[in-house]
Design a protein around this ligand. Structure first.
Ligand SMILES: [Fe+2]
Length: 143
């Protein structure tokens, strides 16, 4: 076994097992809507107030747990083995842990109605970015 096995190597192995070539991986450019999502998340996470950032982070981690389980279910339907779904099986557990961790640390930061309002605002802003992301994918799929 290798000394370390990075997240990137794990994902590349998954792609190779799906017969996605090195050339395809290297030439891939993400959608403009994906770049908008990434920039929006970066902005939410790095801008005060902390309550809003925590709302966005909580939404991100909770959504991630659900999203990776959905990807995994799709791969099961395609007959992909558990071994070849390792990246996703691992991430279901990891993302549930992340969302629980965020939930467990918010109490000291969300102590009044304004804090709750900002936390909710962070959730809504994150979900708006995710909607734009999925709208971008829908346009691509329908082309
Ligand atoms: Fe996560």
């Amino acid at each position: 076994m290798q000394e370390s096995y990075s997240h990137l190597e794990m994902y590349y192995d998954f792609l190779r097992k799906r017969d996605i070539s090195e050339e395809t991986i290297q030439e891939y450019e993400c959608l403009a809507s994906t770049k908008t999502l990434n920039e929006g998340i970066k902005n939410l996470y790095s801008t005060m107030p902390v309550e809003r950032a925590l709302g966005a982070l909580f939404a991100d981690e909770t959504m991630s747990a659900y999203m990776v389980s959905k990807y995994n279910e799709g791969l099961i339907l395609e007959g992909v083995s558990e071994e070849d779904r390792y990246f996703w099986e691992l991430h279901i557990k990891v993302e549930v842990g992340h969302s629980n961790s965020i939930f467990n640390i918010i109490a000291p930061y969300i102590q009044n109605e304004e804090g709750k309002r900002l936390f909710d605002e962070g959730i809504k802003l994150y979900l708006y970015l995710m909607k734009q992301y999925w709208d971008g994918i829908e346009v691509l799929v329908n082309e």
